[in-house]
Design a protein. Structure first.
Length: 143
C-alpha cells in the first residue's frame, strides 16, 4: 500500500513540476520581460551563426529609443514573427537582415516590433535544442 501511495505522490509531484514549467514560466517571463511574447523558437537558419535552428531565445520589451543597429529583434508580419538583426534605423521604420541572408528585409514599422532578444556578455541568451518542439509542431501543421 505504501509503494502505491509513493508512486501516485511521485506522479503528482512530476505533474506539478511540468505544470509550473509549461504554464507558470511563460506567465512569469511575460511579467518580468514586459512582453506578451517572452519566448521565441528559431525555426530557420537565417540568423546563423548567432542563432541556430531549434534555439529558444528570450525576448524583452524595448522602446524605440533604446533600439540600436546590431540588436536582434522580433517583429510581427503577415506570416507570423521574424527574428533578425537591425541593419538601419530610420525615423519611422527600421530595416533588418538575417545574418545568414544576402538581402535586407523590407522596412519594418516600429509598432510591429515585439521586442529585443535578451543579451548576456554581449551575446543573445539562447537555449539550444529547446525550440525544436515549436519547429516540429510547425512542420506537422504544414503537412
Amino acid at each position: 500500500m505504501l509503494k502505491i501511495l509513493k508512486f501516485f505522490l511521485n506522479i503528482v509531484i512530476y505533474a506539478a513540476i511540468v505544470g509550473v514549467i509549461v504554464w507558470g514560466l511563460p506567465k512569469y517571463l511575460t511579467k518580468k520581460l514586459g512582453t506578451d511574447y517572452p519566448i521565441a523558437a528559431i525555426t530557420s537558419g537565417s540568423m546563423w551563426p548567432a542563432l541556430h535552428i531549434g534555439d529558444l531565445v528570450l525576448i524583452q520589451a524595448v522602446s524605440k529609443e533604446d533600439l540600436e543597429v546590431g540588436d536582434i529583434i522580433v517583429w510581427q508580419n503577415d506570416k507570423g514573427f521574424t527574428i533578425h538583426r537591425i541593419a538601419k534605423l530610420n525615423e519611422n521604420t527600421l530595416v533588418t537582415k538575417g545574418d545568414g541572408n544576402f538581402t535586407e528585409d523590407a522596412p519594418v514599422k516600429y509598432s510591429d516590433v515585439i521586442g529585443r532578444t535578451v543579451y548576456r556578455d554581449g551575446n543573445p541568451v539562447r537555449i539550444p535544442y529547446m525550440g525544436y518542439i515549436s519547429v516540429w509542431s510547425a512542420k506537422i501543421k504544414a503537412n
